[in-house]
Design a protein around this ligand. Structure first.
Ligand code: COA
Length: 529
């Protein structure tokens, strides 16, 4: 069942490369944890306030996991990694919820373009999986210098809260501090509101703005304090004495939401895999042109390592088959030799339809350089067959989860349910790379095009400049293909340690079962035969 030689030199080399990448990833996560840095953390604490992650910890059931989402948002940009917001899925009084928490140590918890993207992604996850949303609010509102990039699209945050409410998905706001102007609509649009005594400040305009606008003299407390909102305006449903009291109250609110998952629940006591998850460190080669067998991954994440393959002899470059992960059934599509040919594409389309008929979620394990090019393949109909697979992925209604293990290039990224195809969750391994094509191929294509263009104009071609340009382009594309860069831009939900894959998938599968799992019985586009 496994051909992985965990004592061999190849494994050691691959594991060493993965370990180095994990260290880079840990550094990135460290930046997110540091938030606004020591000065602002100390100041926050000196004010008697809890950090964003401490608030989350007190909110969740003791010793339950928190699946943090988009922790690297903003990485590699001018903004602080993490984007002054923590989001994720955790369990409160036995109910899985999407939790968001502003990090007030980063520019007063204000929202920049990445914060907005991250918050909107959290809302999407809440919608798709029917998970209640608990917002832990303390934010200076819009990051004012970036307002042009967030003011207009930012309205979607208010829209989402009320649409969640309309869809019967509960929303809870706990206000720990500043929540002015736009931020005031977070409690304003939420189903349940808790405010902390003498800390919450919820007003459309603070005292200086009121003075400017109307000439009225006022103070924070009478304009937007918790006491005022609990007794007079009615915006607060609960008046909390301090932060722990607010979090305790939030737990009671969630306990009374009467959330029951539609089912089906998982098989209880699933068998663990037969092979060690630690081996996943040494599966992916440093050079992604070397293929690896994704079954080595599957047997380390599937219950009892059991994988019943569908059509193993047909289209062997894509492995498809059935398994269970943490007691939930899944259909798995895993790239086995990188390239997708016509047979693989047709097999995928058929398999996706089967999963829809059986109401089984799909897991896509990416390591593809895309659909095969060349005369033989074009004449064999690779476009229409790839289109068939993309049609099936696009119109499939069962939940999809994607994990980028290695390459995820070109239309292959699409066919394997890339980000634009709205998988419920998409995580990357540190070994993943995603782009329109590989860096050297892309640089080569540019060079050929430039050479042809020069020839067409009858101009000599500057070989030296070409070599320099190729090297520069290759370097740029390589950097832009890396998972931390892509995660920084919110193109995934996080970069994970391969060893955590089964746990992360279990948490995701549990979350997706918050909504009914119902496949499409028809409703696909026209399959071009
Ligand atoms: N946009 C950009 N930067 C902001 C910001 C915002 N909305 N709010 C705060 N910051 C920055 C501050 O300039 C400061 O930067 P510095 O340390 O480099 O000088 C840092 O964040 C911390 O702010 P500070 O005022 O020292 O923190 P505080 O905890 O005492 O107060 C607020 C936090 C949010 C109450 C206060 O900063 C504030 O009122 N901000 C403006 C709120 C507002 O009017 N927003 C518009 C809403 S649409």
């Amino acid at each position: 069942m496994t051909a992985l030689d965990v004592g061999g030199p190849e494994f050691a080399e691959r594991a060493a490369a993965m370990t180095a990448r994990l260290a880079e990833l840990a550094a990135g996560h460290g930046e997110a944890l540091a938030g606004g840095g020591k000065k602002y953390q100390d100041r926050h604490r000196a004010r008697g306030k809890l950090a964003a992650r401490e608030r989350i910890e007190l909110l969740l059931d003791p010793d339950t996991p928190f699946l943090e989402l988009s922790p690297l948002a903003g990485w590699g940009s001018d903004y602080t990694t993490g984007a002054s917001l923590v989001t994720g899925i955790g369990v409160i009084e036995g109910t899985e919820c999407v939790v968001t928490a502003n990090d007030p140590t980063v520019r007063g918890g204000s929202s920049n373009p990445w914060t907005l993207k991250k918050a909107l992604r959290a809302n999407e996850i809440a919608f798709a999986n029917r998970l209640p949303v608990v917002s832990l609010v303390e934010s200076g509102g819009a990051d004012l210098p970036s307002q042009k990039d967030i003011f207009i699209p930012g309205g979607a945050l208010f829209r989402d809260l009320t649409r969640l409410s309309a869809a019967g998905i509960p929303t809870v706001a706990v206000v720990f501090g500043n929540s002015t102007a736009g931020g005031a609509y977070i409690p304003g649009m939420s189903d349940h509101v808790i405010m902390v005594k003498e800390r919450a400040k919820v007003f459309l305009g603070g005292p200086p703005l009121v003075k400017m606008a109307t000439g009225e003299d006022s103070d924070d407390e009478s304009l937007g304090g918790a006491d005022m909102h609990a007794r007079i305006s009615g915006l607060a449903d609960h008046f909390a004495l301090d932060e722990p009291d607010a979090l305790r109250t939030a737990r009671r609110v969630v306990a009374r939401l009467n959330i029951r998952k539609p089912g089906p629940g998982p098989r209880l006591d699933p068998a663990p895999p037969l092979f060690d998850a630690a081996d996943l460190l040494g599966v992916v080669p440093g050079d992604l042109r070397t293929p690896f067998d994704p079954r080595e991954v599957i047997v380390r994440i599937a219950d009892g390592s059991a994988f019943d393959e569908f059509k193993p002899l047909y289209g062997p470059s894509l492995a498809t088959g059935w398994a269970e992960v943490h007691g939930y059934p899944v259909g798995i599509l895993a790239n086995a030799q990188g390239v997708l040919f016509s047979a693989e594409s047709q097999k995928a389309a058929q398999f996706i339809q089967l999963a829809n008929q059986r109401d089984i979620p799909l897991l896509f394990l990416h390591n593809t350089t895309g659909y095969m090019v060349g005369r033989q393949y074009e004449q064999g109909g690779i476009i229409k067959h790839g289109a068939m697979m993309i049609n099936a992925v696009s119109n499939s209604r069962v939940p999809h989860i994607s994990v980028l293990m290695g390459a995820s290039y070109g239309a292959g990224h699409y066919g394997m349910c890339g980000r634009a195809f709205e998988p419920r969750f998409l995580f990357s391994w540190p070994s993943a790379k995603s782009a329109v094509m590989g860096p050297s191929q892309l640089a080569g294509v540019l060079s050929i095009v430039a050479r042809q263009s020069a020839a067409a104009r009858g101009l000599p071609y500057d070989e030296e400049a070409d070599a320099g340009l190729r090297a520069a382009v290759e370097q740029q594309i390589e950097a832009e293909s890396l998972p931390m860069f892509l995660s920084g831009r919110l193109y995934d939900d996080g970069v994970i340690d391969p060893r955590d894959t089964r746990t992360v998938l279990g948490l995701c599968l549990s979350a997706v079962h918050g909504a009914p799992v119902e496949g499409a019985r028809g409703g696909f586009g026209v399959f071009r035969m």
